[in-house]
Design a binder for this molecule. Sequence first.
Ligand code: NAD
Ligand code: ZN
Length: 368
Amino acid sequence: MKPLKILVKTNTQNYPILIGSNLISKLNIVLKDNLIIFKKCLMVIDKKVPKKEILKVKNVLKNKKIYTYNFNASEISKNQNNINNIVEVLLKRNFSRQDCLITIGGGITGDVGGFAASIFKRGMQFINIPTTLLSQVDSSVGGKTGINTPYGKNLVGNFYQPKLVISDCIFLKTLPKREIICGYGEILKHSLISNKKFYNYLNKNFLNIIKLKDPFITKTIFKSCKIKKNIIEKDEKEKNLRKVLNFGHTFAHAFEASVGYSKKLNHGEAVLLGIMAALKFSKIKKILSKNEFNFISNHYVKNKLHLNIKKYFSNKDLNKILSFMTKDKKNNSKKINLILLKKIGYPIINKTFSKRDISSFLKKELMN
Ligand SMILES: NC(=O)c1ccc[n+]([C@@H]2O[C@H](COP(=O)([O-])OP(=O)(O)OC[C@H]3O[C@@H](n4cnc5c(N)ncnc54)[C@H](O)[C@@H]3O)[C@@H](O)[C@H]2O)c1
Ligand SMILES: [Zn+2]
């Protein structure tokens, strides 16, 4: 199958996203075709990506000087220390802005490596090779980079677009099923905020997608990236419209922070919980009809996407969750901004609610 191509056009950078199978073996040709030139590169590599695939990338780039930074990706290691260490290598090896940083890994590796690339000499060339479903359908598109802090998630970062994104499905073969479901959380988010036809496609083909069958998986990655591309092109810096991509995320980020960013709850799982919380809130506020809510809830039930919130939290955690929700980037200290859903394809942004309102929702509705 020929690779699918999406061209992302932003104010700062135009770049292609290529989606297909075994694309990394032709990376040298892709670089040439896209006029991407560099002599040296630093590969920031997630340690869990199979060596066999990394060797393929290194082999096709053997005319370049390659340095490697092996990275143990986790929400805990998405921190300033790793940024300092990456920048240290770049400085020590005398990198210039024309040299390239290549990330090979999931969303964490891409966010950390992309942030380092954005601040090194005020921005060096950056190529993202996402290796998880979540990073292929979401985090590699749109140029958000960053790290976590003890105050909350992704609170320090930059908008920095890559020169190229290669989403190669061969990486997905070694992903645990849990991580595939995580990626599905963001795919579902994209369908709910923008496209009923895509939602129906997911509903019909769920099993083929999570079993990574072609053409279902390639089409799903393509469609998901296209939805995000259309949004971020209109609002690169999240002044308004791009906020829809945070559907479910004010809850999700607070859930993740409340478990201390531990592996107990991955980002994608927090997103699945967060979407359900946002849907319930939309229903209670009579923004989303009961029918539409049940339609989506059935999708969760049928495909075992319902995670039991009580497995992660008890009533004594609710204040902590609330306090993290108020620290979310979108909020000021008194009001909490939520992205809600009117019906599939029709999100509502810029709705704010009092802390008391959210608190009573968490107590009465979410934990029941
Ligand atoms: N920048 C954005 O716009 C954006 C959007 C969505 C999410 N994110 C961020 O992305 C992160 C989540 O990304 P993620 O789910 O990819 O997490 P991740 O990077 O931690 O990867 C998930 C797990 O898969 C492993 N892994 C990676 N590639 C693999 C492979 N090919 N085979 C086997 N294992 C592999 C990793 O080591 C890790 O254990 C979060 O920090 C989230 O905040 C960013
Ligand atoms: Zn997300």
